[in-house]
Design a protein around this ligand. Structure first.
Ligand code: NAD
Length: 976
């Protein structure tokens, strides 16, 4: 049984430390200047707090005083001015641009309290100052996120330069026992904290190349550190990176060269529910290798984000929801680390005196000397706490961010948010002056720990299917095996197309035949239509609940087969791992969502009821539906349109795209296995002629089509042509193409804008109707954004999608390949090509291409290319950017990256697209969350995955009955 640390001792020490620390306020809560005061006020006013942090966040990107003035007004005009003290702020606003330089200076001053300037003498002066306290340091480099290989290499050089510079400076410092000595020898004076995500273009646990590149760069840092007797601490970032970070860290240290040197440490986060296994694992690992390793135990800095990310994906939340549970875990892990002191150099990163006192007492009880572990605190956040701990004789290290002051602001925001949040010890101590007893009492865990995603077979409310989390090694392994298993049955031979057979080939290798399917003949199609028409009355009269149950069942079967389906899709249409999995999730969502929607619509509604009259409003299916689907979301779109038609009671003729017949056949099998009667849904395989035949049939009542504009318009023309003997007007649900634009404002967060623009433009090789194909840059941001974008795209690898190293796979077929190549040639005549990547010669690969100086009316900017080709346009201001964006016959999706509340508002009103995305990627709409569909020539239907969608498959009927019989009015409740 674990021994508990003496509670009385912990509280006694915590109280003593607290009394010392409470005498002085930390700089954070010391309202010395305007911003300091605003932080002070913001503690009581949530809207001011949000406005303040958002303003400080955008400030580094603002070039002129006029821009600073405008943003000040936009952010603070909405804040409630009634609060005392805000008068100064109001005056600031009216002073407009005059105060902009003062604000900028204020923010720089604020930043200087928390960040050391890397260039010049400031950094060394800060470090020397810390040594006099005495406090050691670990340096954290702050700045822009890494998005390209070039930036990753530059970051590594920066780390190496810093190591050398600091080693030279530190050699001159006089020795100081309190911070230089430990029971196992001298402690390196130079300590660098490194984020592994900064060492590669995109840190992605799914991409095996991430590990290779980061290991190589980390080796060089370790080598230099060993040479200079310096230490390297690997920081821990988001949960998704945790396993890979640990694997890289341990992996490199296991190599012969690094078995003893350098001194290395890693941060672990106590807010993670499964942190204990890492602590135990690391202790075991170090013992197994008889190597000392440092562990910085922190609570964790991404708490809000982790919850948001998990909720977005419907994944279990990895962090404790209760602050006290984190505190409890922190104490448990502190003890474990101290018990492992034979191999672990523990560092306790916290400002919470209770947590620190607990570690000190636990160490004493276990027998770890005071210099056998250390306390770590953030620079600028908690000076009095630090002083109290130093005076207690502890070894203290300050975590010091260094870099340029303004670009380092995002770091500052995260720290300010953390330390001024309601649950922060510092805020409670200094701002709220909570009583000491409540601050140092034993933390008690009161809330349930876990929240897991659940999927009962027939949930009572709709819930999105969670995508596979490929950060988990187990899932990566499973998909690798599934790919092998699925591939096993494919044949290797050249394509032998014929009129009677469709041969589906792997677009990454056209000699690999995925499957062969017989084309449905015209006579068979007509027979199928007749059969559907005969079965229609029975299907129409089948209760909505029963039809919905079949879809629920189909969703369940699909969930069981999701791995195989995603693997087949990868080979049939060339989607990457995540994209293929997302398509399967979306298909499951459509089945479930429309089933739920049908239950909502199935009951007749009563309209106005009178004493002598009942009035009902109800829906009926239309009849026989032809479903004509594209290949680019071969499961989801086909399943969505089919499910909507079926669940509403229509009989369906389902025609997958000729490029993806095998996935279509899989869906058909699933529906039949789920209990769908023979006559309710029939599968037709073939190309455009078959589709056209369906559209022209007199016996078809409804066409649900998703595909290109040309075909869509043709279908509309044909479907609305009345044919002799046809006693109805056909209904067409028609979703077509896009020429989607992303606007990047002058004040955009470029780290985010670059990454999301790349995902939106080049995800699935740009073959999504929602893909970004135009990016409109405001003039101030144009050059910087473009150069980062081009470098980042250049870092992407092209090749077969089964290899997760490849971010860019093949396009769908030879026709697409040719068409895109032609557009690239057109582009070279119309604009300036700034990137054209070479692609593998086998398979239908096209390297991403980027054009700049594209004219708004050029073909490049107006026509849907449907491939990895991006046009960059320039706008002088936001109005012009919107005008260019709207200047298109299409209006499907669009996006803006901006931190101006006024511009965001303007885009909401004036950016005329079906789906507008603000400060995020423009693809990947989620069923029910972002109902999807376009305006103008992008579509005429109501949105897929939204509350109006099923109505298009139904005809409304009103029935009114006079219930009065010779003066007798039956009571309302007796009438149906
Ligand atoms: P496509 O128009 O070539 O083919 C779509 C379907 O129509 C296929 O099943 C095809 O066999 C059939 N078809 C072709 N000619 C026909 C005709 N004359 N009559 C009836 N049916 C006919 O499109 P695609 O290449 O499969 O898909 C890519 C296009 O789809 C792009 O333009 C893309 O933007 C669009 N798309 C739109 C959405 C959306 O929701 N708006 C979603 C996905 C794809």
């Amino acid at each position: 049984m674990a021994i508990l640390t003496s509670e009385a001792e912990v509280q006694r020490l915590a109280r003593a430390l607290y009394q010392k620390a409470a005498r002085q306020k930390p700089a954070l809560f010391d309202a010395q200047d305007l911003l300091g005061r605003m932080i002070d006020w913001s503690l009581d006013d949530e809207s001011l707090r949000v406005a303040l942090f958002r303003f400080v966040d955008v400030l580094p990107s603002l070039e002129s005083s006029a821009e600073i003035g405008r943003h000040l007004e936009e952010y603070f005009a909405r804040v409630d001015h009634a609060l005392s003290g805000l008068a100064i702020l109001a005056q600031t606003l009216h002073a407009g641009t005059l105060v902009a330089p003062i604000v900028r200076r204020n923010v720089i001053n604020l930043a200087r309290r928390f960040i050391a300037e890397e260039s010049g003498d400031h950094l060394i002066a800060v470090l020397s100052g810390l040594r006099t306290e005495p406090a050691a340091f670990t340096l954290d480099v702050v700045g822009e996120a890494t998005v390209s290989d070039g930036e990753a290499a530059a970051m590594q050089r920066r780390y190496l330069d810093l190591l050398r510079r600091l080693a030279a400076a530190s050699a001159k410092w006089p020795a100081c026992t309190q911070i230089d000595d430990s029971p196992s020898g001298k402690i390196p004076r130079v300590n660098l904290s490194v984020k592994l995500s900064s060492l590669c273009a995109r840190f992605d646990p799914l991409d095996p190349n991430t590990g290779v590149v980061v290991r190589e760069r980390l080796r060089e840092l370790f080598r230099e550190a060993a040479q200079l007797q310096a230490a390297v601490t690997v920081d821990m970032e988001q949960y998704a990176f945790r396993d890979l970070t640990l694997a890289i860290f341990c992996g490199v240290l296991e190599e012969d060269e690094f078995r003893q040197q350098p001194y290395a440490a890693i941060a672990l986060q106590a807010y993670l529910q499964d942190a204990e296994k890492d602590v135990r694992g690391l202790i075991r690992w170090a013992r197994g290798r008889t190597r000392r390793v440092g562990v910085r135990l922190v609570k964790g800095a991404y708490w809000d984000s982790e919850i948001a990310w998990a909720k977005q994906k419907n994944w279990p939340i990895p962090v404790f929801l209760d602050k006290a549970a984190t505190d409890v875990n922190y104490e448990r892990l502190s003890r474990l680390l101290l018990e492992g002191h034979d191999v672990i150099d523990a560092a306790f990163g916290s400002h919470n005196l209770r947590s620190l006192a607990h570690a000190i007492i636990a160490a004493k009880e276990i027998g770890v000397p005071a210099n056998g572990y250390e306390m770590q605190m953030l620079y600028g956040m908690a000076e009095p706490v630090r002083q109290a701990v130093i005076q207690n004789g502890q070894r203290v290290r300050v975590y010091l961010p260094a870099g340029e002051l303004l670009p380092g602001i995002s770091y500052l925001i995260r720290r300010l948010m953390e330390n001024t949040s309601n649950t922060s010890f510092l805020r409670q101590t200094y701002a709220e002056k909570k009583d000491v007893d409540s601050l140092i009492k034993t933390p008690l865990n009161t809330k349930p720990a876990t929240q897991t995603a659940r999927h009962p077979a027939k949930p009572s409310a709709f819930q999105n299917e969670a995508p596979v989390n490929f950060s988990c090694e187990e899932n990566r392994q499973r998909f690798t095996e599934t790919l092998e298993e699925v591939r096993h049955v494919f044949e290797r031979q050249p394509k032998r197309g014929s009129a009677t057979w469709i041969e589906s080939v792997n677009p990454a290798d056209s000699n690999e035949v995925i499957g062969r399917i017989r084309v449905t003949t015209v006579a068979e199609t007509d027979k199928a239509i007749d059969k559907a028409a005969r079965f229609f009355p029975e299907w129409r009269d089948t209760p909505g609940q029963k039809r919905a149950d079949i879809l629920f069942q189909a969703a369940e079967i699909m969930r069981e087969r999701r791995w195989q389906l995603a693997a087949r899709e990868l080979f049939e249409v060339g989607k990457g791992w995540r994209e293929a999995d997302a398509d399967v999730c979306e298909a499951i969502d459509y089945l479930n969502y429309y089933a739920h929607e049908m239950l909502r619509l199935a009951e007749p509604r009563k309209t106005q009821q009178l004493p002598s009259e009942t009035n009902t409003y109800s829906y009926e299916p239309r009849g026989v539906a032809g479903i004509i689907a594209p290949w680019n979301f071969p499961l989801a779109i086909l399943a969505g349109m089919t499910a909507a038609a079926l669940v509403t009671g229509n009989c369906v003729l389902m025609k997958p795209a000729e490029q993806a017949p095998m996935i279509g056949a899989q869906l058909f099998d699933i529906l039949r296995e789920a209990g769908l009667p023979d006559g309710a849904c029939q599968l037709l395989q073939g190309g455009g002629e078959l589709g056209a035949h369906l559209v022209r049939s007199r016996k078809i009542h409804l066409i649900a089509f998703t595909g290109s504009r040309e075909v869509g318009l043709e279908i509309l023309r044909e479907a609305y042509t009345h044919r002799p003997g046809q006693a109805h007007v056909k209904r067409v649900v028609c979703e077509m193409g896009g020429k989607n634009a992303v606007i990047v404002d002058n004040d955009a967060d470029l780290d985010e804008a670059v990454v999301h623009t790349i995902d939106s433009a080049f995800g699935y090789q740009g073959q999504k109707c929602s893909a970004a194909s135009r990016v409109i840059l405001l003039s101030e941001v144009h050059d910087r954004f473009l150069s980062r974008l081009v470098d980042a795209v250049r870092s992407l690898k092209i090749g077969p999608p089964e290899d997760p190293r490849n971010a860019i796979g093949p396009v769908i077929d030879a026709t697409a390949h040719r068409r895109i190549a032609e557009y690239i040639e057109i582009g070279k005549k119309e604009a300036k090509c700034v990137l054209e990547m070479t692609a593998p010669a086998d398979g239908f690969f096209v390297g991403p291409a980027i054009f700049r100086d594209v004219e708004p009316h050029s073909r490049l900017a107006q026509e849907e290319i449907f491939g990895p080709v991006l046009s960059v346009l320039k706008a002088k201001d936001f109005d012009q950017a919107l005008q260019i964006a709207n200047d298109s016959e299409f209006a499907l999706t669009g996006g803006i990256f901006s931190r101006s509340p006024a511009h965001i508002e303007q885009a909401r009103k004036e950016f005329h697209v079906g789906n507008l995305y603000i400060n995020r990627g423009i693809t990947g709409a989620v069923v029910e969350r972002q109902p999807f569909g376009g305006l103008k020539l992008s579509g005429i239907g109501s949105k897929a995955g939204g509350p109006d969608y099923l109505l298009q498959f139904l005809e409304p009927r009103t029935i009114s009955e006079n219930t009065l019989r010779h003066g007798f009015v039956p009571p309302e409740r007796a009438m149906k």
